[in-house]
Ligand binder design. Structure first.
Ligand code: COA
Length: 563
């Protein structure tokens, strides 16, 4: 699913995750928080090495079945590698337990290697990590010359980055740097604030986000985690191939950008939420200057930059900035109700939200499209996900009935439509009982599809296996996979997933096709957080219009089902 895709990782593949903002007053607060995160990562590594990671079990639908834990062992110390033909994964050797460990810290586009555990010194204490971070935070801004923006190359299309990487590897020093980055447990990026231009555009008022860091809204924070904000902001302060990049911004915004090929979001979220909960239990400290530590300062990575790489970095700047400008992203908190109300209607919250996503699409376009929802298949050894296809015939019948008399709101260019919409007199040839009946039928079908998938009876992953087998055995694709219907079925104009978090956090990603939408959601008891994405270059999509249609859909669904 991942290794053959040549698209750049940011926006197209790496999800971004925003955690509740922290309050930082001084640079010491930044360093202390970052030190605690690293300390939590090291503790988690010990747990993995000791084999004591608790076994997770399914919480519903054939409850208590054990879930495959392999993803957890691939999160730390791993990295994706670009290839000229296809990418590959660098994975840690889990049998090698007493290796030394280091972390790469990115700060102002510089990269520093902090050894956090070594045979001679053991594991660094939180205070020692703190002082290493403080050193970096004071060193990076004072360096005489700006560093080469090597990180930008990792944001380029995969085959282009693979060529650039080969040029870099011609110099021994660069080889060592790349090896250090690939093997580091995680990358930790200490960021600068993003400009307000990244705040949500459109649909203000009805559905603006309510959580801010300074004047930045949640849409702005999500941009930072997904792509870094461009070459003038933090995009070069990344290594997008790295599995886990924890991002901490000086204004208290923090989150994660993760490379998706090794694991699903659920494993990453649960690791970070566990660390966050522990940090919140520790009392905050009054920092009084740098605590005296006797460790050598962390090593700053220096690069040999050949002229062809300099030229490529200039090109990458333009490419990356153009792609970032094209991302239409909207974080939308629906606050009228959450999963408590949905459960009271005797419907699965996931099923209900999927139907709302279908209705929202139908209201805008007058038809449904291939829809992807990720379903965890971790009940099986090495299982990852299969695809819940939510655009069922039953969903279409219900959506059509709900929109009788409305007509599709296909043209998206003008906000005047809002006014026209509000003046429209709506009528329906279906009465409430009939609409409820159609809804129940659609919900039953959607529940069946969901359960089939999570219990291992989905169709997409087996088809993917057959497709790759046919390529391997015959050297070409079987006609099933070149048929127009297969192409349409796999062009996911709506790509969705539930990323449930226990904290007030959310994860977002870009659309998977140029004219499509991405939409992740996080249902809470009394609200639902959506991250909607689209591309400005597509002439008929708009993240905020889709969010607004979602709001209308959820409102009318409540009116339909409320007793
Ligand atoms: N009436 C009342 N309550 C119901 C109900 C019904 N008919 N059906 C379900 N519920 C309850 C459940 O018991 C559960 O209760 P809890 O909150 O006490 O645990 C809750 O509603 C949620 O259940 P549901 O909405 O059905 O979904 P789920 O939690 O089983 O999740 C998937 C469904 C498909 C999202 C999940 O199985 C999955 O695969 N998640 C992984 C997705 C993923 O990989 N995301 C990351 C991509 S990077």
């Amino acid at each position: 699913m991942y290794m053959d895709v040549p698209l750049p990782l940011p926006i197209n593949s790496n999800p971004g995750m925003v955690f509740p903002p922290r309050k930082f007053t001084t640079v010491h607060d930044v360093a202390r928080f970052a030190a605690r995160i690293i300390d939590g990562i090291l503790e988690h590594k010990e747990l993995l090495d000791s084999g004591n990671l608790p076994q997770e079990r399914a919480a519903s639908r054939e409850k208590n079945q054990p879930l495959c834990m392999a993803q957890y062992y691939r999160l730390l110390g791993s990295c994706r590698r670009p290839g000229l033909e296809r990418d590959s994964q660098f994975l840690p050797d889990v049998r090698n337990r007493d290796e030394s460990h280091h972390i790469i810290i990115c700060c102002r586009n510089q990269m520093y290697c902090v050894v956090v555990q070594a045979n001679q010194i053991g594991k660094l204490s939180e205070d020692e990590i703190f002082s290493q971070l403080l050193y970096i935070l004071s060193d990076a801004p004072c360096l005489p010359s700006a560093p080469p923006m090597i990180g930008l190359l990792t944001a380029e299309p995969r085959r282009i980055w693979a060529k650039d990487r080969q040029v870099l590897l011609q110099d021994e020093q660069n080889c060592r740097n790349i090896e250090l980055i690939e093997k580091s447990l995680i990358n930790l990026c200490l960021d600068e604030t993003l400009p307000l231009a990244f705040n949500a555009r459109g649909f203000v008022g009805a559905a603006s986000s309510t959580h801010f860091a300074g004047h930045r809204d949640e849409t702005n924070m999500a941009h930072e985690m997904i792509h870094g904000g461009g070459s003038e902001c933090n995009t070069a302060n990344r290594w997008f191939d790295k599995t886990m990049q924890i991002i901490i911004c000086n204004d208290g915004t923090w989150g994660l950008c993760y490379e998706h090929s090794t694991s699903e979001g659920i494993a990453v979220v649960s690791l970070l939420e566990k660390i966050l909960n522990k940090i919140d239990e520790i009392p905050s400290l009054e920092e009084n200057g740098i605590t005296q530590q006797h460790l050598p300062p962390p090593e700053r990575l220096e690069w040999i930059v050949r002229p062809e790489i300099s030229k490529r970095i200039q090109e990458a700047k333009r490419d990356v900035d153009r792609r970032i400008e094209d991302l239409d992203f909207y974080v939308y908190r629906y606050q009228t109700y959450g999963k408590n109300f949905i459960k009271s209607c005797r419907v699965s919250p996931d099923v209900y939200i999927q139907l709302a996503l279908q209705l929202a699409y139908y209201k805008l376009y007058g038809h449904l499209v291939s829809t992807y929802e990720s379903a965890s298949t971790r009940r099986f050894l090495l299982g990852r996900v299969d695809c819940i296809r939510s655009a069922s015939i039953e969903a279409l019948e219900w959506a059509k009935a709900m929109c009788q008399g409305e007509g599709a709101n296909v043209a998206l260019e003008s906000d005047k439509e809002d006014e026209e919409d509000s003046r429209k007199v709506s009528f329906s040839i279906y009465n409430r009982e009939q609409l409820t009946e159609l809804f129940r039928t659609a919900a039953t079908r959607q529940t069946e599809i969901m359960v089939q998938n999570i219990l291992g009876n989905g169709i997409d992953i087996p088809l993917l296996g057959l497709r790759e087998a046919s390529r391997e055995i015959d050297g070409e694709l079987h006609e099933l996979f070149t048929d127009e219907s297969y192409k349409i079925a796999n062009c996911f104009l709506l790509s969705t997933s539930q990323v449930a978090c226990t904290t007030n956090s959310f994860m977002g990603y870009g659309p998977v096709t140029p004219r499509g939408y991405g939409c992740s959601y996080n249902p809470h008891p009394e609200e639902i957080i959506f991250c909607v994405s689209a591309f400005y270059s597509a002439d008929n999509t708009s993240a905020s219009r889709y969010a607004k249609s979602l709001q209308e859909s959820l409102d009318i669904m409540r009116d339909l089902l409320a007793k």
